[in-house]
Design a protein around this ligand. Structure first.
Ligand code: GDP
Ligand code: MG
Ligand code: ZN
Length: 287
């Protein structure tokens, strides 16, 4: 999307379209399946109109901050959230990854952890210990090798790439989509305010499927996720709440929360509980 013009894929060609008035206030986002009328030739200067947005199979949302309830839909109809995190330079941030996991669960899409820059570290990455009790799929990549394992996991699916700046997303996209021409090693600033657009783009994979790059998405505000749903992003902890009192809010101030005992018994990494409670606290601050 660029200045009210949407680029739509139709039978292998790219058709530029604008929203038709009958759409009203309904949003059109990357990944939406739409119905077009008018000039769909894709010829230079041709302009079609989007008259209908089909029901969405999945919706990936975020809020700008935990304390800003304004909800934004980032991508519709995605199958997979690829959480890109470098093993070094910068080191992985479990706080960010945990947020992404909550967002993926909330969106109803599968998370895949992609650990980049494996050439900069040796031995098994400690971050995998942190997620050992979670059924989290992962791949590792390094710039000098073609990302074959990742490519296989993307084939035929719509995958959204998220990650901090500098972790190697553009490098990956350029390897996966020849000719994508994503700028490497540069942080693109598209305006400075938080209300500016984030230029999310969908790129077609040569094999089959789409990859959605989200260069402007730096954080996943989770104000739109309820406290109960937050726990669904922590399946390893969710299992430990079976014997909590029904009104348990799982915070430390609730004396009868059984999560501390669950963690002490070695069921999952204690840092996972700390991370969950940090997320809970960041949300309660705004309520
Ligand atoms: N050592 C190493 N550096 C990498 C790797 N992948 C990317 N980089 C470097 O990391 C920096 C940021 O990469 P970029 O793709 O722009 O990251 P983005 O901000 O997430 O799009 C660049 O200098 C890349 O050359 C890798 O696997 N190993
Ligand atoms: Mg980039
Ligand atoms: Zn509890």
């Amino acid at each position: 999307m660029d200045r009210g013009r949407y680029s739509c894929a139709l039978d292998g060609r790219s058709v530029v379209a604008m929203r038709a008035r009958e759409l009203g206030r309904k949003s059109v986002v990357v990944g939406d399946r739409v119905e077009l009328v008018g000039d769909t030739s894709g010829a230079p200067g041709a302009l079609a109109r989007i008259v209908r947005v089909n029901p969405r199979r999945s919706v990936l949302r975020r809020t700008a901050d935990d304390d800003d309830p304004t909800e934004r839909v980032i991508v519709a109809n995605a199958d997979q959230l690829v959480i890109v995190s470098s093993l070094a330079a910068p080191p992985p941030s479990t706080g960010f990854i945990d947020r992404c996991l909550v967002a993926a669960y909330d969106a109803g899409i599968e998370p895949l952890l992609c650990l980049t820059k494996s050439d900069l570290v040796s031995g098994p990455p400690p971050i995998l210990d942190y997620y050992a009790d979670l059924d989290l799929r992962h791949v590792t990549t390094r710039a000098e090798l073609p990302p074959e394992t990742l490519r296989e996991k993307l084939t035929g699916l719509v995958s959204v790439l998220v990650g901090h700046s500098g972790v190697g997303k553009s490098t990956l996209v350029n390897r996966l989509v020849p000719g994508a021409g994503r700028t490497v090693g540069e942080v693109r600033s598209i305006g400075k305010g938080r209300h500016t657009s984030t230029s999310v783009v969908a790129l077609r994979l040569p094999a089959k499927g789409w990859i959605v790059d989200t260069p402007g998405v730096r954080s996943f505000g989770l104000a739109h996720v309820s406290a109960a749903s937050l726990l669904h992003g922590f399946a390893d902890l969710d299992r430990g709440t079976e014997h909590c009192p029904t009104d348990c809010d799982h915070t430390t101030t609730h004396g009868e929360c059984t999560l501390d005992a669950w963690v002490a018994a070695g069921n999952t990494d204690p840092r996972r509980l700390a991370s969950y409670r940090r997320l809970l606290a960041s949300r309660t601050a705004q309520e």
